[in-house]
Design a protein around this ligand. Structure first.
Ligand SMILES: [Zn+2]
Ligand SMILES: [Zn+2]
Length: 278
């Protein structure tokens, strides 16, 4: 058994998820998982997202009393610094107009490390989800080279940020431009990200939503598993994340098959060490 714990699960506290803690704990026990990390979203610094996080904190803390295998985490995503600043000033995202700038926007995360620790959050997954380099980037048609450049920028930034414990779903992308052939991403970029993760003592996530995505080709799956294996062999600990939102199924079994084919075996996947939990 390669996968023995799951560090990336969403509950009904997240705006886009519906799983209850009871269902998660019941299934995790069936799967033989020793630890389960709850990582609801905290995308923006407005009331809506912070109330998702606060609901998550309250319910996980209560649940922890009877289920000590549960660890409270959070999933953070890079957002545009001008939008973060606007929300800080006005309290809402409403009315925000992205400024036209010559340079890519600076990046920010919704909360400081001090704020997260004050809620009782013990670790954070930092993961790129969309472009934040140009105005209205979410609406742009896919431009492969711009997207690769932007994902690289965000992932390098996350690998160096003190709030990030695990680099979540590296190269995940809803538009799946590289899910046919992962080699469109320059190997040197992955080596830069690996060096930053190692230097800053971060974990990298094997996310079954990427590895086993129905959008991914067979070729991609092997290439992606080999990428994770290369990082592992460089000394970067790998955690598993199912990234479950609405059902908690045994996708780890499909992930294990692919992982075993590139050399992963029992004991290779990590829990977050106590010294790395806040
Ligand atoms: Zn995510
Ligand atoms: Zn997630």
């Amino acid at each position: 058994m390669i996968i023995k714990s799951d560090w990336h699960i969403h509950t009904e506290s997240s705006y886009d998820a519906s799983l209850s803690l009871n269902e998660i704990a019941k299934n995790a026990k069936e799967f033989g998982f020793k630890k389960i990390g709850i990582t609801d979203h905290a995308n923006f610094n407005d009331e809506k997202f912070l109330s998702d996080l606060k609901n998550s904190v309250t319910s996980v803390k209560e649940f922890f009393k009877t289920h000590p295998e549960v660890v409270l985490g959070v999933e953070l995503t890079p957002i545009e610094k001008p939008e973060f600043d606007y929300i800080e000033k006005t309290g809402t995202r409403e009315g925000y107009v992205p400024p036209v700038m010559n340079n890519p926007y600076e990046i920010e995360l919704a909360q400081t490390k001090e704020q997260l620790i004050s809620y009782g959050v013990r670790y954070a997954i930092g993961a790129a989800h969309w472009r934040v380099d140009v105005p209205h980037a979410k609406q742009l048609a896919p431009d492969v080279s711009a997207m690769i450049k932007e994902w690289y920028r965000q992932q390098m930034w996350l690998a160096c940020d003190e709030r990030v414990t695990i680099l979540g779903h590296p190269w995940y992308n809803g538009k799946a431009v590289w899910y046919e052939d992962f080699s469109v991403i320059p190997h040197s970029m992955n080596m830069d990200i690996a060096a930053a993760l190692k230097e800053n003592k971060k974990y990298v996530e094997c996310n079954s939503g990427v590895l086993c995505s129905p959008k991914a080709s067979e070729k991609f799956r092997i290439q992606y598993a080999e990428f994770l294996r290369e990082l592992f062999e460089m000394g970067i600990p790998v955690t598993y994340g199912s990234d479950s939102h609405n059902e908690y199924t045994d996708t780890y079994l499909a992930a294990e098959k692919i992982l075993a084919s590139v050399g992963f075996s029992d004991g290779d996947f990590s829990e977050i060490a106590d010294e790395h939990l806040w």
